[in-house]
Write a protein that binds this ligand. Structure first.
Ligand code: HEC
Ligand code: HEC
Length: 350
């Protein structure tokens, strides 16, 4: 490897980040060492973070997490008394419900699919359309929502006050504060931040174990970051940019468009990029559950989307992937699955 060439590659990487890496991967005649270096640089973009971040005004304590876990699994937080957060965010189904669209109060089907609550401590926007900024802000929404748990918040506080077993847990978690919508939201948010996917084969490969991933999955990783362009949105260790895009899924739901001034194309039919961690465990896919398998997802991208509207992201275009390349992409996504310890369902206060 000539020193000059190597230098040029490093400069390209420094100058344009991923784009430079991709360019160096696709330079005709790049030596094995060069592409290896480029892949190592790419891997670094996906390294797992250390500690889970918690906000200053709701710092982590084990008592807060314990209380939050109880509230998350407690169906008494619903009008009917039989729907908990975990009814839809079921740990056995990768913290989703496995349905195309959620079913809430009165067995009503909701408009959108239940997203996972995995790895949200790092999320910058919540809901498919990003209408909540923090887990604390988000937590009370489903309790009150008529279609979800259907319990007015004043009623919720009364119910919790009438369960004597809850009082000491609130006291220890938030000393001097009342049982209130705020403390309920903070406890649930603390519990949710602890829901983190464990090490997957991909992480072991990123950490340097070459045999942790098949050759097909390794080719899939290069495609993901190169020809298939997936990294434009599924970036970083959670494989999401927390941003909103129209990727050409058919349907009438305008997603983020409903929150933006009318008359704009940008943001219409845009939904939050979902994390791909443990994605193989969460079919069916997309905000409306309209895509059955990972193979079908790759087919959608390969065609450049099902519906081509003015709002379609410029990063979505026909990819011309061969059948083998499509297979490799799916093989890569399957290496993102971690085998986590079974979630603990708490005994609830009486
Ligand atoms: C009836 C099913 C149902 C119940 C019960 C439910 N959720 Fe959800 N949850 C959903 C659906 C559907 C969405 C997506 C809604 C949207 O984006 O418009 C969602 C979204 C979320 C999100 C945002 C995830 C993301 O990636 O943006 C969080 C966090 C969340 N729920 C937590 C909770 C908590 C906490 C509870 C209990 C207090 C709860 N949910 C109860 C179905 C449910
Ligand atoms: C322009 C940004 C963008 C690009 C590029 C992109 N995605 Fe996505 N991806 C999204 C968004 C946004 C969604 C959710 C769309 C919806 O729900 O309507 C999504 C959904 C998915 C899902 C479904 C996840 C779930 O839980 O429902 C998978 C799997 C996926 N993408 C894989 C890929 C692969 C593989 C590529 C490359 C071939 C790719 N994506 C390229 C933004 C993008």
């Amino acid at each position: 490897v000539s020193a000059g060439r190597k230098f040029a590659i490093v400069v390209a990487i420094a100058a344009s980040g991923l784009a430079g890496l991709i360019a160096s991967l696709t330079v005709a005649g790049a030596s094995a060492t060069e592409s290896r270096e480029a892949i190592d640089q790419l891997k670094a973009e996906y390294a797992r973070p250390g500690a889970v971040p918690h906000p200053e005004d709701n710092a982590f304590t084990p008592e807060r997490e314990r209380l939050g876990r109880m509230l998350f699994f407690d169906p008494r937080l619903s009008g009917s008394g039989w729907i908990s957060c975990a009814s839809c965010h079921n740990p056995g189904l990768s913290w989703g419900d496995g349905l195309p669209r959620a079913i809430g109060h009165g067995m009503q089907q909701l408009g959108r699919r239940t997203p996972t609550v995995l790895n949200l401590a790092w999320a910058e926007a919540l809901f498919w359309d990003g209408r909540a900024d923090t887990l604390e802000q988000q937590a009370l929404g489903p309790i009150e929502a008529a279609g979800e748990m259907n319990l007015p918040l004043d009623e919720m506080v009364k119910r919790l006050e009438h369960i004597p077993g809850y009082e000491p847990h609130f006291d220890r978690a938030y000393p001097g504060e009342a049982i209130s919508p705020e403390t309920v939201a903070k406890a649930i948010a603390t519990f949710e931040r602890g829901i983190v996917s464990g090490e997957a084969p991909f992480d072991r490969w990123v950490a340097g174990r070459e045999d942790a991933m098949s050759a097909a999955a390794q080719r899939g990783f290069v495609l993901f970051n190169g020809k298939a362009g997936c990294h434009a949105c599924h970036a970083g260790w959670r494989l999401t940019n927390d941003s909103f895009h129209d990727i050409g899924v058919a349907g009438e739901d305008v997603g983020r468009g409903a929150l933006l001034p009318p008359g704009m194309d940008v943001g219409r039919f845009a939904f939050k990029t979902p994390t791909l961690r443990n994605v193989a465990l969460r079919a069916p896919y997309m905000h409306d559950g309209s895509i059955a398998t990972l193979e079908d997802v790759v087919d959608l991208y390969n065609r450049g989307g099902v519906v081509k509207r003015p709002s379609l992201s410029p990063d979505i275009k026909p990819l011309e992937l061969t059948a083998a390349e499509q297979h490799d992409l799916v093989a890569f996504m399957k290496t993102l699955t971690s085998h986590d310890p079974e979630a603990r369902v708490p005994a609830l206060p009486r």
